[in-house]
Design a protein around this ligand. Sequence first.
Ligand code: CA
Length: 371
Amino acid sequence: MHTNRRSFLKLVTAAGGVLAAPRAFTQLGADRSMPVVSPAGYKRIATEEAWGPIEIFREWKRVLDSNPVDEPGFVALWRNLDPTGSTGFTGRLMDLGPNRIAAMDAAGIDIQVLLLTAPGVQVFDADTGTALAADSNDQLAEACRKYPDRYVGMTAVAPQDPRRAAREIERGIKKLGFKGVVINSHTKGEYLSDQKFWDIFEAAEANNAPIYIHPRDPAPDMVKPFVEQDLHRGDLGFGVEVAFHTQAIINAGVFDRFPELKLVIGHGGEGIPYNLYRIDRTYPVRRPDQRSKELPSYYMKKNIFITNSGVAWAPMVLFAQQVLGVDHVLYAMDYPYQYDIEEVHAMDALPISYDDKKKFFQTNAERVFNL
Ligand code: CA
């Protein structure tokens, strides 16, 4: 047990996740006598929960072994990957069965919204990425059919081929019953602000599918100093990466072209709510080709939703609710990267009204993901 936990934590560190407190694993593994009881009246829907199939981990391993110069952040994060799951952590990511359900039960999580873990298929060539995305979606759909009340699937796509990605979004929503799309931030250093990717936005808007932009290591052209300073993980690099990506999407006029499109970003909005005044304030000096019709805050309050994945911290949630509105802040845990039952208690104890808490844990997710 002790050895397992230590190797698990080591792998979490390698993957760049925030270390979960060891006590959470004690509660999961050894003491299930004190599950978190759902308070009357609201479900807890965790909206940024990770999984991944062995086929993708094996292909990651193959890419890592080739030591690709164009994926320095991926190599820095995952160089110790064990694709078999025998050391525990990839096993937790792969598991969509009773063990995951038991962990959810112990933490009082009613529903997990499941995202293919970063960087997903975005480090592969277009054909490999497209095929493995579809295969992973089929596997996830099967798990969702098995646990229809506990899992909600998000469609994984390979942005390397935007047209096939758009078709996969339609298949995910219409055929597999998924409720959105996951994009693990940059794809080989390119961002969705580039119009060549906009088939993806068109398909997402047409299928009423929110796109969750999940972090990964910063793009190759910016990651070098992050890796040198060991700041390429959840401490800084992930947030910089997604804050950059989100602002690039806003500035490219994506929401003017696709006004019904919804984006979701995690980790307290990756710093954007905290910086929003300054982002708006400096907007007028931006190049005209890098300005949307409205100020960035307009889209943050209309098209973009944030979750508290990895950040079970009342000051952040209260601040984000104040800045973006209570309808734009959703609950997430970040399982299995972060699994700490006491963090669920902390969020239950948020000093907000019952109605706002229900929005945070349940009804905002139901509305954004069309549950
Ligand atoms: Ca995550």
